[in-house]
Design a protein around this ligand. Structure first.
Ligand code: HEC
Ligand code: HEC
Length: 273
Protein backbone atom coordinates (compact mmCIF):
# COMPACT_ATOMS: atom_id res chain seq x y z
CA UNK A 1 0.00 0.00 0.00
CA UNK A 2 1.24 3.50 -0.78
CA UNK A 3 1.28 6.05 2.00
CA UNK A 4 -1.58 8.57 1.56
CA UNK A 5 0.76 11.46 0.71
CA UNK A 6 2.16 9.59 -2.28
CA UNK A 7 -1.32 8.69 -3.45
CA UNK A 8 -2.32 12.31 -3.31
CA UNK A 9 0.77 13.27 -5.26
CA UNK A 10 -0.04 10.77 -7.92
CA UNK A 11 -3.60 11.97 -8.35
CA UNK A 12 -2.33 15.56 -8.55
CA UNK A 13 0.03 14.46 -11.32
CA UNK A 14 -2.85 12.77 -13.10
CA UNK A 15 -4.88 15.96 -12.80
CA UNK A 16 -2.01 18.00 -14.27
CA UNK A 17 -1.59 15.53 -17.12
CA UNK A 18 -5.29 15.80 -17.89
CA UNK A 19 -5.01 19.59 -17.74
CA UNK A 20 -2.03 19.52 -20.12
CA UNK A 21 -3.97 17.32 -22.49
CA UNK A 22 -6.92 19.71 -22.41
CA UNK A 23 -4.62 22.60 -23.38
CA UNK A 24 -3.31 20.57 -26.35
CA UNK A 25 -6.79 19.53 -27.45
CA UNK A 26 -7.83 23.17 -27.17
CA UNK A 27 -4.86 24.29 -29.22
CA UNK A 28 -5.62 21.71 -31.88
CA UNK A 29 -9.28 22.79 -32.01
CA UNK A 30 -8.19 26.39 -32.48
CA UNK A 31 -5.78 25.33 -35.21
CA UNK A 32 -8.50 23.32 -36.92
CA UNK A 33 -10.63 26.42 -36.99
CA UNK A 34 -7.90 28.58 -38.57
CA UNK A 35 -7.58 29.48 -42.19
CA UNK A 36 -5.91 26.58 -43.99
CA UNK A 37 -2.77 28.64 -44.78
CA UNK A 38 -2.21 29.32 -41.08
CA UNK A 39 -2.98 25.74 -40.22
CA UNK A 40 -0.37 24.54 -42.72
CA UNK A 41 2.21 26.95 -41.24
CA UNK A 42 1.53 25.61 -37.75
CA UNK A 43 1.58 21.97 -38.76
CA UNK A 44 4.87 22.61 -40.53
CA UNK A 45 6.43 23.41 -37.15
CA UNK A 46 5.71 19.88 -35.98
CA UNK A 47 5.82 17.89 -39.19
CA UNK A 48 8.16 17.91 -42.14
CA UNK A 49 6.79 19.03 -45.52
CA UNK A 50 3.07 19.53 -44.88
CA UNK A 51 1.58 20.15 -48.34
CA UNK A 52 0.22 23.62 -49.05
CA UNK A 53 -3.60 23.90 -48.98
CA UNK A 54 -5.21 22.68 -52.17
CA UNK A 55 -2.10 20.72 -53.21
CA UNK A 56 -2.78 17.55 -55.11
CA UNK A 57 -0.73 14.45 -55.05
CA UNK A 58 1.62 14.40 -58.05
CA UNK A 59 1.15 10.67 -58.51
CA UNK A 60 -2.60 10.99 -58.51
CA UNK A 61 -2.33 13.85 -60.97
CA UNK A 62 -0.15 11.74 -63.24
CA UNK A 63 -2.84 9.08 -63.08
CA UNK A 64 -0.66 6.05 -62.48
CA UNK A 65 -2.91 3.58 -60.80
CA UNK A 66 -3.96 -0.05 -60.82
CA UNK A 67 -2.62 -1.55 -57.61
CA UNK A 68 -5.34 -0.04 -55.52
CA UNK A 69 -6.47 3.27 -54.22
CA UNK A 70 -6.63 4.82 -50.86
CA UNK A 71 -9.44 7.25 -50.36
CA UNK A 72 -9.82 9.59 -47.44
CA UNK A 73 -12.00 12.56 -46.79
CA UNK A 74 -9.34 15.12 -47.63
CA UNK A 75 -7.86 13.91 -50.86
CA UNK A 76 -7.80 10.88 -53.06
CA UNK A 77 -4.44 9.24 -53.39
CA UNK A 78 -3.47 6.60 -55.87
CA UNK A 79 -0.50 4.34 -55.45
CA UNK A 80 2.09 2.94 -57.78
CA UNK A 81 1.54 0.46 -60.56
CA UNK A 82 1.69 -3.17 -59.46
CA UNK A 83 4.85 -5.10 -60.14
CA UNK A 84 5.32 -8.64 -58.89
CA UNK A 85 8.21 -9.01 -56.44
CA UNK A 86 11.11 -11.07 -57.81
CA UNK A 87 10.56 -14.82 -57.24
CA UNK A 88 14.05 -15.37 -55.90
CA UNK A 89 15.57 -18.83 -55.93
CA UNK A 90 16.67 -18.41 -52.31
CA UNK A 91 14.08 -16.73 -50.12
CA UNK A 92 14.69 -15.01 -46.79
CA UNK A 93 11.69 -13.07 -45.56
CA UNK A 94 13.32 -11.93 -42.31
CA UNK A 95 14.95 -8.63 -43.32
CA UNK A 96 17.02 -8.50 -40.13
CA UNK A 97 18.52 -11.88 -40.89
CA UNK A 98 19.08 -10.94 -44.54
CA UNK A 99 21.44 -8.11 -43.65
CA UNK A 100 23.29 -10.18 -41.07
CA UNK A 101 27.04 -9.78 -41.70
CA UNK A 102 27.30 -13.58 -41.67
CA UNK A 103 25.45 -13.71 -45.02
CA UNK A 104 27.62 -14.33 -48.11
CA UNK A 105 26.81 -10.91 -49.62
CA UNK A 106 24.72 -7.94 -48.54
CA UNK A 107 24.28 -4.23 -49.10
CA UNK A 108 26.22 -2.65 -46.22
CA UNK A 109 23.69 -1.68 -43.56
CA UNK A 110 24.84 -3.62 -40.52
CA UNK A 111 28.47 -3.97 -41.53
CA UNK A 112 30.90 -3.01 -44.29
CA UNK A 113 30.32 -5.11 -47.43
CA UNK A 114 32.44 -8.07 -48.52
CA UNK A 115 33.46 -7.05 -52.04
CA UNK A 116 37.10 -6.04 -52.32
CA UNK A 117 36.22 -3.99 -55.38
CA UNK A 118 33.09 -2.45 -56.88
CA UNK A 119 34.27 -0.32 -59.81
CA UNK A 120 30.78 1.06 -60.41
CA UNK A 121 30.49 2.76 -57.00
CA UNK A 122 30.01 6.51 -57.43
CA UNK A 123 32.42 8.54 -55.24
CA UNK A 124 32.53 9.36 -52.41
CA UNK A 125 31.15 5.83 -51.87
CA UNK A 126 33.74 3.11 -51.44
CA UNK A 127 33.63 -0.58 -50.53
CA UNK A 128 33.95 0.57 -46.89
CA UNK A 129 30.82 2.78 -46.95
CA UNK A 130 27.70 2.00 -44.96
CA UNK A 131 24.13 2.79 -45.91
CA UNK A 132 20.62 2.80 -44.40
CA UNK A 133 17.24 1.46 -45.47
CA UNK A 134 16.22 5.05 -46.27
CA UNK A 135 18.93 5.37 -48.92
CA UNK A 136 16.72 3.09 -51.03
CA UNK A 137 13.29 3.15 -49.36
CA UNK A 138 12.07 6.69 -49.23
CA UNK A 139 9.47 9.14 -50.46
CA UNK A 140 10.05 9.60 -54.20
CA UNK A 141 9.25 13.31 -53.93
CA UNK A 142 11.61 13.96 -51.02
CA UNK A 143 15.06 15.58 -50.93
CA UNK A 144 16.81 12.24 -51.63
CA UNK A 145 15.33 12.40 -55.11
CA UNK A 146 15.82 16.16 -55.50
CA UNK A 147 12.25 17.01 -54.47
CA UNK A 148 10.85 19.32 -51.80
CA UNK A 149 8.46 16.77 -50.30
CA UNK A 150 8.79 15.20 -46.87
CA UNK A 151 11.70 12.98 -46.02
CA UNK A 152 11.15 9.36 -44.98
CA UNK A 153 9.75 6.09 -46.26
CA UNK A 154 6.07 7.06 -46.01
CA UNK A 155 4.89 6.64 -49.56
CA UNK A 156 6.25 6.44 -53.08
CA UNK A 157 5.19 6.08 -56.67
CA UNK A 158 7.70 3.24 -56.93
CA UNK A 159 6.99 -0.16 -55.36
CA UNK A 160 7.98 -1.29 -52.81
CA UNK A 161 8.37 2.18 -51.25
CA UNK A 162 11.49 2.88 -53.31
CA UNK A 163 12.90 6.37 -53.63
CA UNK A 164 13.51 5.88 -57.34
CA UNK A 165 12.35 3.46 -59.96
CA UNK A 166 13.56 -0.13 -60.19
CA UNK A 167 11.80 -2.17 -62.86
CA UNK A 168 11.55 -5.67 -61.39
CA UNK A 169 10.52 -7.44 -64.57
CA UNK A 170 12.33 -8.43 -67.77
CA UNK A 171 11.41 -7.45 -71.30
CA UNK A 172 11.31 -3.65 -71.11
CA UNK A 173 13.48 -1.96 -73.76
CA UNK A 174 16.62 -0.76 -71.98
CA UNK A 175 16.45 2.69 -70.45
CA UNK A 176 18.72 3.70 -67.55
CA UNK A 177 15.73 5.41 -65.88
CA UNK A 178 14.24 1.95 -65.31
CA UNK A 179 17.02 1.29 -62.79
CA UNK A 180 17.36 4.82 -61.44
CA UNK A 181 17.74 3.66 -57.83
CA UNK A 182 20.66 1.33 -58.64
CA UNK A 183 22.28 4.03 -60.73
CA UNK A 184 22.04 6.50 -57.85
CA UNK A 185 24.97 4.63 -56.31
CA UNK A 186 26.42 2.59 -59.20
CA UNK A 187 27.61 4.35 -62.35
CA UNK A 188 25.42 3.28 -65.28
CA UNK A 189 28.35 3.69 -67.68
CA UNK A 190 30.38 1.16 -65.69
CA UNK A 191 27.57 -1.34 -65.09
CA UNK A 192 26.01 -1.04 -68.55
CA UNK A 193 29.25 -1.89 -70.32
CA UNK A 194 31.39 -4.78 -71.46
CA UNK A 195 34.05 -3.98 -68.86
CA UNK A 196 35.41 -7.17 -67.30
CA UNK A 197 36.15 -5.21 -64.09
CA UNK A 198 32.38 -4.90 -63.54
CA UNK A 199 30.96 -7.85 -65.46
CA UNK A 200 31.88 -8.29 -69.10
CA UNK A 201 28.36 -9.49 -69.98
CA UNK A 202 26.28 -6.86 -68.18
CA UNK A 203 25.52 -4.81 -71.31
CA UNK A 204 24.56 -7.89 -73.31
CA UNK A 205 22.12 -9.07 -70.64
CA UNK A 206 20.69 -5.69 -69.71
CA UNK A 207 20.38 -4.21 -73.19
CA UNK A 208 20.13 -7.15 -75.61
CA UNK A 209 18.26 -9.58 -73.37
CA UNK A 210 16.36 -6.82 -71.53
CA UNK A 211 17.03 -8.38 -68.16
CA UNK A 212 16.27 -6.46 -64.96
CA UNK A 213 18.99 -6.12 -62.32
CA UNK A 214 16.75 -8.15 -59.97
CA UNK A 215 16.76 -11.09 -62.40
CA UNK A 216 20.29 -11.84 -61.19
CA UNK A 217 20.80 -9.67 -58.08
CA UNK A 218 19.00 -9.51 -54.75
CA UNK A 219 18.90 -5.87 -53.64
CA UNK A 220 19.23 -6.74 -49.96
CA UNK A 221 21.49 -9.74 -49.56
CA UNK A 222 22.17 -13.22 -50.85
CA UNK A 223 23.50 -16.50 -49.57
CA UNK A 224 25.81 -16.45 -52.61
CA UNK A 225 28.53 -13.87 -53.28
CA UNK A 226 28.00 -10.64 -55.24
CA UNK A 227 24.30 -10.44 -54.35
CA UNK A 228 23.55 -13.09 -56.96
CA UNK A 229 20.10 -14.63 -56.43
CA UNK A 230 18.19 -15.52 -59.59
CA UNK A 231 14.59 -14.59 -60.22
CA UNK A 232 13.09 -17.95 -61.19
CA UNK A 233 10.40 -16.26 -63.26
CA UNK A 234 13.09 -15.80 -65.91
CA UNK A 235 15.97 -18.04 -64.89
CA UNK A 236 15.23 -21.75 -64.83
CA UNK A 237 17.20 -24.92 -64.22
CA UNK A 238 19.15 -26.57 -67.02
CA UNK A 239 18.68 -30.34 -66.78
CA UNK A 240 17.61 -29.90 -63.16
CA UNK A 241 20.47 -27.58 -62.16
CA UNK A 242 20.16 -23.87 -61.43
CA UNK A 243 23.58 -22.98 -60.15
CA UNK A 244 25.87 -20.01 -59.73
CA UNK A 245 29.35 -20.51 -58.40
CA UNK A 246 31.66 -17.61 -57.74
CA UNK A 247 35.28 -18.38 -58.50
CA UNK A 248 36.52 -15.02 -57.21
CA UNK A 249 35.87 -11.37 -58.01
CA UNK A 250 34.60 -11.04 -61.63
CA UNK A 251 34.78 -14.78 -62.17
CA UNK A 252 32.15 -17.46 -61.86
CA UNK A 253 30.27 -20.33 -63.44
CA UNK A 254 26.57 -20.37 -64.36
CA UNK A 255 24.38 -23.39 -65.04
CA UNK A 256 20.89 -22.30 -65.98
CA UNK A 257 18.44 -21.48 -68.75
CA UNK A 258 17.23 -17.95 -69.31
CA UNK A 259 15.13 -15.98 -71.75
CA UNK A 260 16.87 -13.67 -74.16
CA UNK A 261 14.28 -10.94 -74.46
CA UNK A 262 12.75 -12.39 -77.63
CA UNK A 263 11.28 -15.35 -75.78
CA UNK A 264 14.09 -17.72 -76.81
CA UNK A 265 15.70 -19.90 -74.20
CA UNK A 266 19.44 -19.51 -73.73
CA UNK A 267 21.05 -22.45 -71.97
CA UNK A 268 24.25 -21.77 -70.03
CA UNK A 269 25.86 -25.13 -69.55
CA UNK A 270 28.45 -24.45 -66.85
CA UNK A 271 29.31 -21.20 -68.65
CA UNK A 272 32.53 -19.77 -67.30
CA UNK A 273 33.14 -16.00 -67.18
C1 HEC B 1 20.22 -1.01 -51.92
C2 HEC B 1 18.86 -0.62 -51.81
C3 HEC B 1 18.04 -1.18 -50.67
C4 HEC B 1 18.31 -1.13 -49.33
C5 HEC B 1 19.54 -0.54 -48.65
C6 HEC B 1 17.17 -1.73 -48.67
N1 HEC B 1 16.26 -2.15 -49.59
FE1 HEC B 1 14.52 -3.10 -49.21
N2 HEC B 1 14.23 -3.37 -51.20
C7 HEC B 1 15.00 -2.83 -52.22
C8 HEC B 1 14.46 -3.22 -53.50
C9 HEC B 1 15.02 -2.82 -54.87
C10 HEC B 1 13.34 -4.00 -53.24
C11 HEC B 1 12.41 -4.66 -54.29
C12 HEC B 1 12.99 -5.92 -54.84
C13 HEC B 1 12.89 -7.05 -53.87
O1 HEC B 1 11.79 -7.34 -53.39
O2 HEC B 1 13.94 -7.65 -53.61
C14 HEC B 1 13.21 -4.08 -51.78
C15 HEC B 1 12.20 -4.77 -51.10
C16 HEC B 1 11.94 -4.64 -49.76
C17 HEC B 1 10.80 -5.18 -49.07
C18 HEC B 1 9.67 -5.98 -49.71
C19 HEC B 1 10.09 -7.35 -50.12
C20 HEC B 1 10.99 -8.08 -49.16
O3 HEC B 1 12.12 -8.44 -49.59
O4 HEC B 1 10.66 -8.27 -47.98
C21 HEC B 1 10.92 -4.85 -47.77
C22 HEC B 1 9.94 -5.17 -46.65
C23 HEC B 1 12.15 -4.10 -47.61
N3 HEC B 1 12.75 -3.98 -48.84
C24 HEC B 1 12.62 -3.60 -46.41
C25 HEC B 1 13.90 -3.07 -46.24
C26 HEC B 1 14.49 -2.73 -44.95
C27 HEC B 1 13.79 -2.86 -43.62
C28 HEC B 1 15.74 -2.26 -45.20
C29 HEC B 1 16.79 -1.82 -44.20
C30 HEC B 1 17.12 -2.78 -43.15
C31 HEC B 1 15.92 -2.28 -46.64
N4 HEC B 1 14.79 -2.78 -47.23
C32 HEC B 1 17.05 -1.85 -47.29
C33 HEC B 1 16.13 -2.06 -52.04
C34 HEC B 1 16.75 -1.83 -50.84
C1 HEC C 1 22.32 -11.69 -66.16
C2 HEC C 1 22.69 -11.45 -64.80
C3 HEC C 1 22.93 -10.02 -64.36
C4 HEC C 1 22.16 -8.92 -64.56
C5 HEC C 1 20.85 -8.80 -65.32
C6 HEC C 1 22.81 -7.82 -63.86
N1 HEC C 1 23.94 -8.26 -63.26
FE1 HEC C 1 25.23 -7.19 -62.12
N2 HEC C 1 26.49 -8.75 -62.04
C7 HEC C 1 26.27 -10.00 -62.55
C8 HEC C 1 27.45 -10.82 -62.39
C9 HEC C 1 27.59 -12.27 -62.84
C10 HEC C 1 28.40 -10.00 -61.75
C11 HEC C 1 29.85 -10.36 -61.42
C12 HEC C 1 29.98 -11.05 -60.11
C13 HEC C 1 31.44 -11.43 -59.93
O1 HEC C 1 31.80 -12.51 -60.38
O2 HEC C 1 32.21 -10.64 -59.37
C14 HEC C 1 27.77 -8.71 -61.53
C15 HEC C 1 28.38 -7.65 -60.88
C16 HEC C 1 27.74 -6.48 -60.54
C17 HEC C 1 28.29 -5.43 -59.72
C18 HEC C 1 29.67 -5.42 -59.06
C19 HEC C 1 30.70 -4.85 -60.01
C20 HEC C 1 30.58 -3.37 -60.23
O3 HEC C 1 30.38 -2.95 -61.38
O4 HEC C 1 30.69 -2.58 -59.26
C21 HEC C 1 27.34 -4.45 -59.64
C22 HEC C 1 27.40 -3.16 -58.86
C23 HEC C 1 26.21 -4.88 -60.43
N3 HEC C 1 26.48 -6.12 -60.95
C24 HEC C 1 25.04 -4.13 -60.60
C25 HEC C 1 24.05 -4.44 -61.52
C26 HEC C 1 22.98 -3.56 -61.90
C27 HEC C 1 22.78 -2.16 -61.34
C28 HEC C 1 22.21 -4.22 -62.81
C29 HEC C 1 21.01 -3.72 -63.54
C30 HEC C 1 21.16 -2.48 -64.30
C31 HEC C 1 22.82 -5.54 -62.99
N4 HEC C 1 23.92 -5.63 -62.20
C32 HEC C 1 22.31 -6.52 -63.80
C33 HEC C 1 25.09 -10.43 -63.13
C34 HEC C 1 24.07 -9.62 -63.55
Amino acid sequence: MNPPSLKKNRSRRRFCAAGGLAVWVGALLILAGCRSETKQKWLNIFFDGVPPPGATNAVAAAGTTTRGSNTNAVEQTTVATAMPPPAFKLVETNTRREFNPGTASFHPIEAVGKNVGAPSLIPPLTVSSLMTCEDCHNNDQGPGNGGSGPKGPHGSAFVPLLERQVVLTDGTPYNPDNFALCYKYHSSSVVDSDQPASWAFHRKHIEDYRAACTTCHDSHAATQPHLINFNTTYVQPLNGALRYTSTGMNHGVCTLTCHDGSGQNKPHNATVY
